[in-house]
Design a protein around this ligand. Structure first.
Ligand code: 5GP
Ligand code: MG
Length: 465
């Protein structure tokens, strides 16, 4: 995660984690799971737990380490729990939209990873039932529709099946009633969600790394369009819509942790291949390969392995910077505060440096890094990117940048090279990116690179201009 970004660029990714099983202190496991998924959101965190009689919730702004203390966890009793780490807000203060979403009726807790670019159908339904929608974001509206069905006496599976067609967009959902837990993914499966087994129960997680962290075993992904219900009687699956899986390829490029498995592929291995393919497409004459930590490290390893050019860590990252960190005043930042990244001059001086990053979005990071490396008297600075140019916004997110903020939407490669001040600049090709995953293009949403959106975005485009 890059703390310098004032707002997330590429969608509301978030992290969700759930546990169902008798004899388990579910909320404790969810706490561990959320801590492992901290990279998916640092804005706020919350856990809802159920003991068969009622649902209890604790949530707040900030990191997992700050939101929970022992008394809070001790109150979250019960054999079932879901939790959420939030990545972005829809504009307001950070704790207002903290999840799980609950209400005073307290029939349901909802944790949502994703975004509905249009809520027209959902809002229409709520209005027709006389349910207020003012000030409710997409996740809160989904909660209201589901809780309306539950209040009318529907079972959880029936409520989900009824409301599912109203959810026109991207969602990996965990839902908790006082005695059941459900996991649901939209038909395109843009955001990940996996199922695992722990002693005595089941776990659900945005990423498999958090299933590992609670000592669980990964079973499989929740299928796109599938609803899985965990209850007293075990796991039950219902396919609510035909599967048309298109995982956001940016999960492989940047977002997921390298030790997670997505679509059966270890993220670390895919990132190494992204770097290896980049080396085959764009070998540069360099003395040292320097990754932009942490996310570009596997790609730099792959590049180094193919070219034989040694890898060295010439940029050191402060691991303790998060989005909740109070940023230095703008004038301090521009005067060159090196809080987040600091160069190691001996690695860079008099060398031809090839620096590798996983992506260029606005171009600010690349420009700063090139200047930093030059200031250490590097002989040449070559900038290599282990993904294609990001030319289209991600309409599945809330805080989407305008298209003109994406440097590759405005400029060609040579102009960007000039703008960031590098001696050369090269991006991995689109084909090279797909090849690195070992999976067909049809398995992915590649919208930020291709402008092809699997989920309709017309309504979002109008809103965003
Ligand atoms: P730029 O300065 O070009 O806008 O940002 C590029 C950097 O942002 C890269 O180092 C990349 O690792 C990181 N990055 C890419 N996508 C995201 C995102 O969705 N959120 C955050 N915080 N950083 C991102
Ligand atoms: Mg980065």
């Amino acid at each position: 995660m890059d703390g310098e970004h004032p707002s997330p660029y590429l969608g509301e990714k978030c992290g969700v984690f759930g546990v169902f099983g008798h004899g388990l202190e579910a909320a404790r496991l969810v706490h561990t799971g959320l801590w492992t998924l901290q990279h998916r959101g640092q804005e706020s965190s919350g856990i809802s737990a159920a003991d068969g009689r009622q649902i209890r919730t604790h949530k707040g702004a900030g990191l997992v380490a700050h939101v929970y203390d022992e008394p809070a966890l001790a109150k979250l009793t019960g054999h079932a729990a879901i939790g959420h780490n939030r990545y972005s807000t829809s504009g307001g203060s950070s704790s207002v939209h903290a999840q799980p979403v609950i209400s005073s009726q307290n029939l349901l807790a909802l944790a949502h990873n994703g975004n509905l670019p249009s809520t027209a159908a959902l809002t229409g339904f709520l209005v027709s039932r006389g349910i207020a929608t003012a000030g409710a974001n997409d996740s809160e509206q989904m909660h209201r529709a589901l809780e309306h069905e539950l209040a009318a006496g529907a079972a959880l599976d029936a409520a989900i099946a009824r409301a599912f067609p109203l959810f026109t967009g991207v969602f990996s959902l965990l839902l908790l009633t006082r005695n059941e837990l459900a996991a649901v993914r939209d038909a395109h499966g843009i955001r990940p969600l996996s199922i695992g087994k722990v002693d005595g129960g089941y776990v659900f997680s945005s990423e498999t790394c958090a299933i590992d962290a609670v000592g669980g075993t990964v079973i499989r992904d929740v299928r796109p369009g599938e609803m899985v219900i965990a209850s007293e009687s075990g796991l039950r699956s219902v396919q609510l819509a035909p599967e048309q899986g298109r995982l956001d390829i940016f999960e492989f490029i940047y977002f997921a942790r390298p030790d997670s498995v997505l679509l059966g592929r270890r993220v670390n291995e895919v990132r190494k291949r992204l770097g290896a393919n980049l080396a085959r497409e764009h070998p540069v004459p360099a003395d040292v390969i320097v990754p932009v930590p942490d996310s570009a490290i596997p790609a730099a390893q792959g590049y180094s392995a193919v070219t034989g050019i040694p890898l060295d860590f010439g940029l050191l990252k402060n691991r303790y910077i998060h989005r909740t960190f109070i940023r230095p005043a703008q004038n301090l930042r521009e005067s060159g505060v090196r809080l987040k990244l600091n160069p190691i001059p001996e690695v860079l001086r008099d060398r031809r440096v090839a620096v590798i990053d996983d992506s260029i979005v606005r171009g600010t990071t690349a420009r700063r890094i090139v200047a930093m490396i030059r200031a250490c008297q590097a002989r040449e600075v070559h900038f290599l990117v282990s993904s294609p140019p990001v030319r289209f916004p991600d309409y599945y997110g809330i805080d989407t940048p305008k298209r003109e903020e994406l440097v590759a939407a405005r400029m060609g490669v040579e102009e960007i090279r000039d703008a960031i001040g590098a001696d050369s600049l090269a991006y991995l090709s689109y084909e090279g990116m797909i090849e690195s995953t070992g999976l067909p293009e049809s398995k992915f949403s590649t919208s930020c690179f291709s402008g092809v959106y699997p989920v309709p975005v017309a309504a979002a485009q109008e809103v965003l201009g």
